[in-house]
Design a protein around this ligand. Structure first.
Ligand code: TRP
Length: 329
């Protein structure tokens, strides 16, 4: 059985792209592996959230993941800052992380370009904290998207370096859990690129039906096919891609055929698409509401998850201290 660790950003609501691209894979993994899923709320501090927002954001993201079906009975679900052992391992790993390699990290370079007013040391050492998150549970698999591959490469390097420096075979080097071809990239509704939080082109799991209808009806299309068998344009293809994950195959075929024969009415396609999206999101949206209203449940989930995570983390930190040479008197 593999040990899987994944950190979840505590900023922003989940959209359809997150759901079909990442969360659904978590649901599959949690059944077959020893999974640790946590809200990365130490990492969240790199962008200086206001204290009034921090807790609410954590709670919202947690509720959304649970509403999607992340099961605290199968996976260890916890809040990063409830496991302070990770900050000790982070400190220890920092001693063997070099400023040069951290400065060369793509995500760091991008951050300093975008936010030159907030180049804090936490941002620089972000990959070290992420490595600590992962190796503290001796994970061997980490589900990551493209944007996190370099961070995982650094995690492997930090684990290997620790083993080399102390001449031990202690930390495993975790592999990326890449869903490769299975990974569905959900496009946005603006005709270009993938669905994203900041792009304003997304449908959120927490969106009520009337908002979803509005968003889908105003999605970008084109003037319609001018000859039979014509390939759909990029924006129209995008709608078909979304349809392929939410609708019945017969519905997809119906509209594909209509497009092929130049009889398609995009208004009809959008109406159908909106209803099929709502069929997927509405039960989740209702569960998000129920879970958010049940603070006792949320408190129990994070307490029990935190205890399990701490048990695993404190064992590692104890052994690491011993390896480094901290000994009792
Ligand atoms: N850096 C990840 C992201 O931005 C979040 C994260 C933090 C993470 N710690 C992790 C992911 C450990 C996987 C494993 O999405």
């Amino acid at each position: 059985m593999d040990t899987v660790v994944s950190g979840i950003r505590s900023t922003g609501n989940l959209h359809l792209g997150n759901y079909f691209g990442a969360v659904k894979n978590f649901l599959k993994m949690q059944k077959e592996n020893n999974c640790f899923f946590f809200i990365a709320d130490y990492h969240a501090l790199t962008t200086h959230p206001h204290p009034d927002d921090l807790h609410g954001n954590i709670k919202q993201v947690l509720a959304e993941y649970l509403a999607c079906g992340i099961d605290p009975e199968s996976a260890t679900v916890f809040i990063q800052s409830d496991v302070p052992e990770v900050s000790e391992l982070y400190l220890l790993l920092n001693m063997n992380a070099y400023v040069g390699e951290l400065e060369r990290t793509a995500s760091f370079k991008e951050k300093i370009r975008k936010h030159p007013d907030n180049i804090n040391a936490g941002l620089l050492t972000y990959p070290v904290l992420m490595a600590a998150d992962i190796i503290i549970h001796k994970a061997n698999k980490v589900p990551v998207g493209k944007d996190q591959e370099q961070h995982l490469e650094m995690t492997r390097r930090f684990a290997r370096r620790f083993n080399t420096i102390y001449d031990v075979d202690y930390f495993p080097e975790p592999d990326a859990y890449n869903f490769g071809n299975e990974l569905i990239k959900i496009p946005g509704l603006d005709g270009t690129g993938k669905m994203g939080k900041s792009e304003g082109n997304g449908i959120f799991l927490a969106d009520p039906p009337e908002i979803i209808r509005k968003k889908v009806m105003s999605a970008v299309t084109d003037a319609g096919p001018s000859q039979p068998g014509q390939e759909p344009s990029e924006p129209v293809k995008n709608l078909f891609t979304i349809m392929s994950v939410v609708s019945d195959p017969s519905t997809v075929k119906y509209f594909t055929d209509k497009h092929s024969s130049c009889e398609i009415r995009y208004g009809d396609l959008k109406k159908q698409l909106a209803e099929d999206i709502i069929k997927v999101t509405d039960p989740i949206r209702n569960r998000i509401k129920d879970i958010l209203a049940d603070n006792q449940y949320l408190a129990r989930v994070v307490r029990e998850g935190g205890e399990k995570a701490r048990a695993s983390a404190s064992k590692t930190v104890r052994e690491v201290r011993e390896i480094i040479g901290y000994r009792p008197f």
